[in-house]
Design a protein around this ligand. Structure first.
Ligand code: GP9
Ligand code: MN
Length: 429
């Protein structure tokens, strides 16, 4: 009921991080591309194999003067994987401890999501693009609740020969065909492109393999490098298109890896890939880093070392767009805010901060990876405070989702999304 909002609002308001005056409103009026890099992990940035960069296009973007890149940014997904990433990115709400919030609550809950907010507040056209069937992760319903005006799923793309690999269309074809729709969107637009080829089990046809597989001996890991290279090439082609059409000039690109591709069940292979003898829980925690970068002509870029995660993306974007998120029920913090707490909760209650890391029950100093076997009284107190924040952040977010609490929350200047307004299916259902 309505009263359950009280502790939520109290928590949100006492942890609100005010925007950064240097960045506030800097992206106002620009088109926004959210580029979802499937299963891409941060260690792949600047990764070389036999002296050769695996992802040259992404690396170039990462080091560009007008790219704000984050090198301590973590995925925070649970079982909902991609769907959890989408839920966090567009709502600053966590996925659930079990299952996928987009599946269990995406159809019925009230949301105050990025697409709806940007449409209502700033007149953005909103569209999501994905080369898989529309029902996967219940996107065809959840996107209506999020307020997406358009959802271009697989059925909107021409069925050419060999266009599929694994979970959906091959990224190069997907990117190219999506461009035709993007050109027709009224500007400014908010367009999300969800890639898929770099998804386990990393299937790709021979003619698209431009790099040799790893040779760790772990077959489920070895082809990851090949689909990652392919993802990079597809991104390169897409950036060329943006440059050629001039769209790049008035757009902001937000790129992120949704979650790990290589799970912790593959530790010997992970050790080989990272050039280590063996991996500790600390290494595994750091292995959960994913790329996050924001590129825009004229943006003051650089590599930012703030510790954060997917839950923090929306407040960060709102800062850049000049939207005050002060009254929003969002569980992350603006990564550009000088008041950012730098506490990164994982979905299972583990966490990372610049000082300490807790992973699989072990504690470490984040700076050097040294394990903390005996905590001093002062450390116990510090760690207790961090844990309390993490547990409360996750727990209250779960209350909002499980109790559909946003239906009770009147956001000034925001109309509740009318899901009936949207139909995405080409085929009559
Ligand atoms: C499928 C895709 C995969 O449509 O988004 O989701 P994942 O398995 O990564 O959660
Ligand atoms: Mn995914």
């Amino acid at each position: 009921n309505r009263d359950e909002l009280k502790p939520v609002l109290h928590f949100i308001h006492s942890n609100y991080a005010a925007p950064n005056v240097e960045y506030y409103g800097k992206a106002k009026g620009k088109n926004i591309f959210i580029i979802h890099l499937e299963s891409l992990q941060q260690f792949m940035i600047d990764y070389k194999e036999d002296g050769q960069e695996v992802m040259p296009n992404l690396n170039k973007l990462y080091h560009a003067n007008d790219t704000l890149a984050f090198d301590n940014f973590f995925h925070q997904v649970g079982q909902g994987k991609t769907a959890d990433a989408e839920t966090m990115l567009e709502n600053s709400l966590f996925g659930l401890p079990e299952g996928s919030a987009m599946v269990t609550d995406g159809t019925t809950n009230t949301f105050q999501s990025a697409p709806a907010l940007l449409h209502q507040k700033l007149g953005y056209t909103t569209a999501s693009f994905h080369g898989d069937v529309p029902s996967f992760w219940n996107r065809d319903n959840a996107y209506k609740s999020f307020g997406y005006q358009y959802f271009f799923s697989k059925e909107y793309y021409p069925k050419t020969k060999d266009y599929d690999a694994g979970y959906g269309m091959k990224d190069k074809i997907f990117m190219k065909e999506s461009a035709h729709y993007i050109e027709q969107l009224p500007q400014p637009f908010y367009a999300k492109l969800i890639t898929v080829t770099n998804h386990y089990p990393y299937i790709l046809d021979k003619k698209n393999k431009d790099i040799e597989a790893w040779k760790t001996g772990d077959d489920t890991v070895d082809p990851y490098i090949q689909t990652a290279r392919y993802l990079d090439e597809s991104l390169g082609e897409f950036l060329d298109y943006l440059d050629k059409t001039g769209l790049r000039q008035n757009s902001v690109l937000v790129l992120y890896g949704d979650h790990y591709g290589i799970s912790n069940n593959h530790q010997p292979a992970i050790a080989q890939i990272l050039g280590k003898k063996k991996v500790t829980n600390y290494d595994l925690a750091m292995f959960q880093k994913v790329p996050f970068m924001i590129n825009m002509p004229g943006l003051k870029g650089g590599i930012n070392h703030t510790y954060g995660g997917e839950i923090d993306v929306l407040p960060t974007l709102e800062d850049l767009l000049g939207i005050s998120s002060k009254n929003y029920i969002q569980f992350g913090q603006d990564l550009l805010s000088p008041e950012n707490k730098q506490i990164v909760p994982f979905r299972n209650g583990d966490w990372v901060t610049p000082k300490y890391t807790k992973y699989n029950g072990d504690y470490y100093y984040t700076k050097n990876g040294k394990q903390i076997t005996h905590q001093t009284a002062a450390q116990r107190k510090e760690i207790g405070k961090i844990q309390k924040y993490v547990t409360t952040d996750l727990g209250l977010s779960d209350k909002v989702v499980n109790g559909d609490l946003l239906r009770f929350y009147k956001l000034p200047g925001f109309k509740k999304v009318d899901k009936k307004q949207y139909t995405y299916n080409l085929k009559k259902s």
